[in-house]
Ligand binder design. Structure first.
Ligand code: FE2
Ligand code: FE2
Length: 300
């Protein structure tokens, strides 16, 4: 597949769209302040508090099962100090993305889509912990949004995407290949355009673009490998987003496994097969977590 042509085709799809979900101006301001390590926590906390929806979201997410705080955190400033600026920034971007696309009409079952996304987030976090990756929450959040291009294609190219899904139902053709055939691009390139529009961090953009082609990753190779393997695990365990997917590891998964072996600090099993089997044993616990997290992130 020709990557440059795929990127050009993705950009063309964006050209005439005027009603993309956006981040409210005040949230953009908070996000850019959080970019600056030396920003004043009081100033950021005041700004967050001037938007009650944002303040409530920060408090709800910091007290959610994602962070496992021992005593509930009720002040925005404490949430900032507890999580650190970068984590709050990523958490805000992710929650606004989930919220922004919550009610967008789609040719597929959105509940299934979000469950897949949250499973990939939860499994990514599990893998990140196991290999002692440096930023477990980042793995979790980028896991949730890895397929964001699908909600764009599903909503803004609804009829054609619906026809595409019908054409591969009960077949072994992946959505990735079918998207390429129908649109000359895939949810990965489209997702990158969206992520850039939303100013997601560069490592997020790389995961979104390369979770099906991990060998092409350019930023945080380990992060991309974690999400690629989590996605593969979920697709082969029936948490796919309503269409058939390949269940045999391909070049991307083999590459991700090699990266994991090379960079992992914690101990990992001797083969990809054993690695996936071990994840399987934790599946029921993860299912409970996913329900809790889904409710936290999608609440008003
Ligand atoms: Fe994907
Ligand atoms: Fe996925």
């Amino acid at each position: 597949m020709e990557k440059v042509a795929m990127m050009i085709n993705a950009r063309k799809l964006f050209k005439d769209i005027s009603d993309l979900p956006t981040i409210p101006a005040i949230v953009s301001k908070v996000v850019s302040l959080l970019d600056n390590r030396d920003a004043d926590p009081d100033e950021i906390a005041d700004l967050i508090l001037s938007d009650q929806v944002l303040a409530a979201r920060v408090i709800r997410v910091v007290n959610s099962p994602l962070y496992r705080v021992t005593t509930p955190i009720s002040s925005v400033k404490r949430a900032l100090l507890f999580l650190g600026f970068k984590s709050v920034r990523e958490m805000i971007l992710t929650s606004y993305f989930v919220y922004g696309f919550r009610y967008k009409e789609q040719p597929f079952d959105m509940k299934m889509f979000w469950m897949h996304s949250f499973y990939v987030g939860a499994i990514s976090r599990r893998i990140a912990r196991q290999i002692e990756y440096s930023d477990v929450e980042k793995a979790y959040l980028v896991g949730i949004i890895h397929d964001l291009g699908k909600v764009f294609l599903g909503h803004y190219c609804k009829d054609e995407y619906g026809r595409m899904l019908d054409s591969i139902r009960n077949s072994s053709i992946t959505t990735y290949d079918a998207e390429y055939d129908f649109f000359g691009t895939t949810h990965c390139e489209v997702g990158l355009c969206l992520a850039k529009r939303w100013h997601f961090p560069a490592e997020y953009c790389d995961v979104i673009l390369n979770h099906h082609t991990s060998e092409a990753g350019t930023e945080d190779l380990l992060l991309t490998a974690i999400v690629a393997l989590a996605d593969f695990f979920c697709l082969s365990h029936a948490t796919a987003d309503c269409v058939a997917q390949a269940s045999i590891p391909g070049q991307s998964e083999e590459n991700a496994w090699e990266v994991l072996k090379l960079f992992a600090s914690g101990s990992i099993p001797d083969s990809l097969e054993h690695f996936l089997t071990n994840l399987n044993e934790e599946y029921d616990i993860i299912t409970e977590e996913v329900d809790l997290l889904f409710n936290t992130m999608t609440a008003d």
